[in-house]
Design a protein around this ligand. Structure first.
Ligand code: 5GP
Length: 210
């Protein structure tokens, strides 16, 4: 069985990447979602081990010292990190593993593992982003403005990503995301076992013919 593909999904707050991932896992098999460790407190409704592994500063530091992270980064005063063990276990099982992380972490992983696929999710326009943030109805006008300002900064890093995925309607976008990831399996770098196999078969047949 060939190894899975490591995929990083980033995007503006309000790009709909959370919904997108949820639908991807519901609709298609063979994906595993990495659960990160964080030092921030759980929000209402979030569960330990499901949304994040919630850690104290000391626990997080210990994980760093024990080299347990594939990457870790600081985001708005809190630490976030991807435990490497689960990612590698799932990749070795042939699963395509998705990390939903921010840009600094994404670039660190790409450096360590260049065959990681970096995907940036965005709404079709700035107007639509603001509309979605407002439409959630859970955020104050001030928070919406902060997120819009952050989006301006984050947009500066879009070129570092391999693909830009426009999330217009969720169902269409999910299918596109699935196709995009599956097409990565066809890359030569992910076909080494197949190449070796067919080369062997061809040589063997040639030997018999002689
Ligand atoms: P939130 O606190 O809103 O759940 O996440 C804040 C930011 O941290 C989001 O952009 C999210 O993608 C990112 N994030 C979550 N987990 C990780 C991680 O393990 N590593 C990095 N580098 N970023 C993460």
């Amino acid at each position: 069985m060939s190894k899975g593909i490591l995929v990083i999904l980033s995007g503006f707050s309000g790009s709909g990447k959370g919904t997108l991932m949820k639908r991807l896992l519901e609709k298609y098999d063979n994906y595993a979602l990495s659960v990160s460790a964080t030092t921030r407190s759980p929000r209402p409704g979030e569960r330990d081990g499901v949304d994040y592994f919630y850690k104290t500063e000391e626990e997080f530091s210990r994980m760093i010292r024990n080299d347990e992270f594939l990457e870790y980064a600081c985001y708005v005063n809190h630490s976030y990190g991807t435990p490497a063990a689960y990612v590698d276990e799932q990749l070795n099982l042939g699963k395509d593993v998705i990390l939903e992380i921010e840009i600094q972490g994404a670039l660190k992983v790409k450096k360590k593992r260049p065959d990681t696929v970096l995907i940036f999710v965005t709404p079709p326009s700035a107007e639509e982003l603001e509309r979605r943030l407002t439409g959630r109805g859970t955020e104050t006008q001030e928070v919406i403005q902060q997120r819009m300002a952050r989006a301006v900064e984050e947009a500066e890093s879009m070129e570092h990503y391999d693909y830009i995925l426009v999330n217009d309607t969720v169902e269409e976008c999910v299918d596109q995301l699935h196709l995009l990831i599956q097409s990565q399996h066809l890359q030569t770098s992910h076909q080494r076992d197949f190449i070796r196999e067919i080369r062997g078969e061809l040589r063997e047949r040639e030997e018999h013919r002689k």
